[in-house]
Design a protein around this ligand. Structure first.
Ligand SMILES: [Zn+2]
Length: 384
């Protein structure tokens, strides 16, 4: 890309402003001096940016800190309580929406059940009904910065198109365009695993991380890769499909819904266990407590396959953090989790052992997470 002088100055100004704004949001309250230290920008540049953001009513100055002599540093903070976002979870059976402020505090919730007969128009109508109800709780429309949607399936977040959602029976649906045209607000889409990774990276359990992996073991198995604080979606938006990595061989390779067999998801997810073992995860866990041979065999196989798969991905990508979440992880209990952690650390080379393995204690509400897409975009630093 060739930029002329005025475009490149504007671009640089935007990169600097967003770098400062994102830092204030994720690490604030923070003073102008600390901002200059952390960003390497001059005091004058920081002053100009902060003045602009104060004028736009995005920042607030808190009470100056006492530090003995000289001018007292003034802590700066994003006025996150007065900025709003709407988050929408489009699940297979329902649409749930939440209006949150930028501190992730929920202000209103709305839920609509989806009709059993799959109809694209009716599903979009349900989404609009939920949004319309939430709009009535927004104090001032200029404070609402956008709508974020969590979708189960393949999503091209750069164009806002749902590529394929088997649960909704959608193929190539331009959902963002349909909603943006109607509401005149920016709309962002993401699949559930990517969404979790992006939002946790912004100001959650991955805030201290630059390169991370997120693995969700739930109905299926999902994964996401953040590199330099940016989501890596791959060439066709399907990067991170951990569930379809081959992890079982020979007689143990069960058929997978992707058309292949032996995928990790066939024995390490709610749907895979139901399909291939004919029982629920809850039943399997009860059997495991009673030392039932089938359950013990499953546990050994899955611990081995899961730790090998995760270790190989860590060895290849060298993340600083790996986040585990999902209903299956919640069910495994502390003993199995501890064994998995030990196996993973033993499998990876010493050079990668600085990695932090983090378990998200509770799988978060997807509609609140989806609102985080709006915040992530608002605080996004453009790439050079
Ligand atoms: Zn598969």
């Amino acid at each position: 890309m060739i930029l002329n002088q005025s475009t490149s100055n504007k671009w640089l100004k935007s990169i600097n402003q967003q770098t400062v704004l994102r830092l204030i949001y994720s690490e604030g309250p923070i003073s102008r001096v600390q901002l200059a230290d952390k960003t390497g920008l001059t005091q004058q540049t920081i002053t100009n940016i902060v003045n602009r953001l104060l004028q736009e009513d995005i920042l607030q100055e808190n009470v100056p800190l006492e530090n003995g002599v000289g001018r007292k540093p003034v802590p700066l903070e994003v006025k996150s309580g007065s900025l709003y976002a709407i988050g929408i979870e489009v699940a297979v059976k329902y649409v749930r929406g939440t209006l949150v402020d930028f501190q992730k505090k929920p202000h209103a919730e709305s839920v609509e059940m989806l009709p059993l007969t799959r109809d694209e128009g009716l599903t979009v109508q349900c989404i609009k009904k939920v949004i319309n109800e939430l709009l009535s709780y927004v104090p001032n429309m200029s404070q609402l910065k956008g709508i974020g949607c969590s979708i189960q399936g393949l999503v091209d977040s750069s164009t806002g198109i749902v590529l394929h959602s088997p649960g909704l029976q959608w193929i190539q649906v331009p959902l963002a365009e349909k909603l943006e045209g109607h509401y005149n607000l920016p709309v962002y889409l993401e699949n559930d695993a990517n969404l979790l990774a992006v939002v946790e990276n912004l100001n959650g359990s991955l805030a201290a991380s630059t390169h991370s992996l997120t693995f969700k073991f739930d109905h299926g198995v999902g994964g996401a890769h953040i590199m330099n604080n940016k989501l890596n979606t791959g060439a066709n938006h399907v990067a991170g499909e951990l569930g379809h990595i081959k992890a079982f061989y020979g007689d143990e390779a069960k058929p997978c819904h992707c058309g292949s067999s032996g995928c990790l998801t066939t024995l390490a997810s709610y749907s895979g266990i139901k399909r291939n073992l004919g029982c629920s995860v809850e039943e399997l866990m009860l059997r495991l407590q009673n030392n039932d041979p089938l359950a013990v065999e499953w546990s050994e196989k899955v611990e081995m396959a899961l730790s090998m798969t995760v270790s190989n991905v860590i060895t290849f990508l060298n993340p600083d953090h790996v986040l585990f979440t999902g209903k299956l992880i919640d069910q495994l209990g502390t003993e199995i989790r501890a064994r998995l952690r030990q196996r993973i650390m033993e499998n990876i080379p010493e050079t990668c052992r600085g990695v932090k393995l983090v378990v998200l204690e509770q799988t978060p509400n997807d509609s609140i997470l989806a609102a985080g897409l709006v915040m992530n975009q608002f605080f996004d630093v453009p790439s050079v």
